[in-house]
Design a protein. Structure first.
Lengths: 163, 202
């Protein structure tokens, strides 16, 4: 009886522990995707988000997007190999994808630092320039008006005196 | 004209000049009426990268080449996935309303800048054809394998003889999905293109 209790306890523990010790991740089509492929997908998405941040700050990200596409091609091939049951090849391709994503993320982060605010700076410059131009126009027109008004009154005074 | 009339004239001229000076900032702030609704495009091009000579009469063991294109008019860079599926005409209707429930065989992933496009070559082949032609029964053709860009997929897709169009017809479809940051998942873009293939029996 004591041994049966032990066996039952161990079985329950194994049932609870095993799902968390094996790196399986659910995927589409009922195919089990190795965690390395899911991690590569996550890395690619992280890099993509950093690229979007760089783009929002005004940086030119065309080259980064092309590099991300290279990573995307590796990832797509990895998923294809998962479907075909070639886990070794899927793992290799996922590793390549992660390397590309890591490089892109670093480049995008550096671009983000260099170009931070440049896009916003361009917009602020245009607005500032327009405000200055409007102020100059108003001041200039006010000055011209004052000169015109003085000359007009002088003319009216001379005409009134000669009449 | 008296002084008051001149004053009004100066005010009008000042306002016009101020508006001209402020126009660069106004252009940035006021949305253009010409802005179209954002969209994505998915297309197939023939082997010469033109809209012709698409694969149609397909024989086993022969490779057929064409191109798949994605264009981004969403206003921002986008992350796309194109899922390739193969089946008979009842399994793949090639409508744009919803994606097929068939399993994805091959896929493409690309990151496309706004107002830019991406293209990839596609090679396609069918293998392992089986024809069942029992007397008094409608002939049935089964495609055992579909080869896409060198990857061999077991498909086991069957179709009856189409008497109206005299052939065995299958479809190769391409579905466009776009990554949505809000849902952290790919979203179907109501966009499917495909090839209607008349597969010659062995």
């Amino acid at each position: 009886m004591h041994s049966w209790t032990k066996l039952l306890t161990i079985s329950i523990l194994l049932v609870l522990v095993i799902p968390f010790s094996v790196p399986w991740v659910s995927a589409t089509n009922g195919t089990t995707v190795p965690s390395v492929v899911s991690e590569a997908e996550g890395a690619l998405l992280s890099a993509y988000n950093v690229v979007l941040d760089a783009e929002a700050s005004g940086a030119n990200v065309s080259d980064l997007l092309n590099n991300l596409t290279v990573g995307g091609e590796y990832l797509a091939e990895a998923y294809v190999n998962v479907r075909l049951g070639n886990s070794a090849e899927a793992t290799r391709l996922a590793g390549l994808c992660r390397d590309v994503a890591s490089d892109v993320q670093s480049d995008a982060a550096a671009l983000n630092v260099d170009g931070n605010g440049s896009g916003i700076g361009d917009n602020a410059g245009v607005i500032f320039g327009s405000v200055v131009a409007v102020i100059l126009v108003i001041v200039a027109c006010f000055a011209v008006w004052n000169v015109f008004k003085r000359n007009y009154r002088q003319k009216m005074t001379i005409r009134g005196g000669s009449a | 004209m008296n002084l008051d009339d001149y004053r009004r004239l100066f005010i009008v001229v000042t306002l016009c000049l101020a508006l001209i000076a402020a126009s660069p900032a106004l252009v940035m702030l006021v949305p253009s009426e010409g802005d179209a609704k954002p969209f994505s495009e998915l297309g197939l091009m023939g082997p010469n990268n033109t809209a012709e000579n698409y694969p149609y009469n397909v024989s086993a063991g022969e490779m057929y080449n064409f191109y798949v294109d994605v264009a981004n008019q969403m206003g921002d860079p986008e992350y796309y996935a194109v899922y390739v599926k193969f089946g008979n005409s009842s399994e793949l209707e090639l409508t744009n309303s919803e994606p097929s429930s068939l399993s994805t065989l091959y896929e493409f992933r690309c990151f496309v800048d706004d107002e830019a496009s991406w293209e990839s070559p596609v090679s396609f082949e069918v293998q392992d054809l089986t024809l069942m032609n029992e007397p008094g029964e409608t002939p049935v053709l089964t495609v055992g394998e579909a080869v896409i860009n060198g990857a061999v997929f077991p498909v086991d897709s069957s179709v009856n003889w189409n008497a109206e169009y005299a052939g065995f017809y299958f479809r190769l479809s391409f579905e466009l999905w776009r990554y949505d940051s809000a849902s952290n998942d790919f979203v179907f873009q109501d966009c499917i293109v495909g090839l209607r293939l008349r597969i010659n029996s062995p």
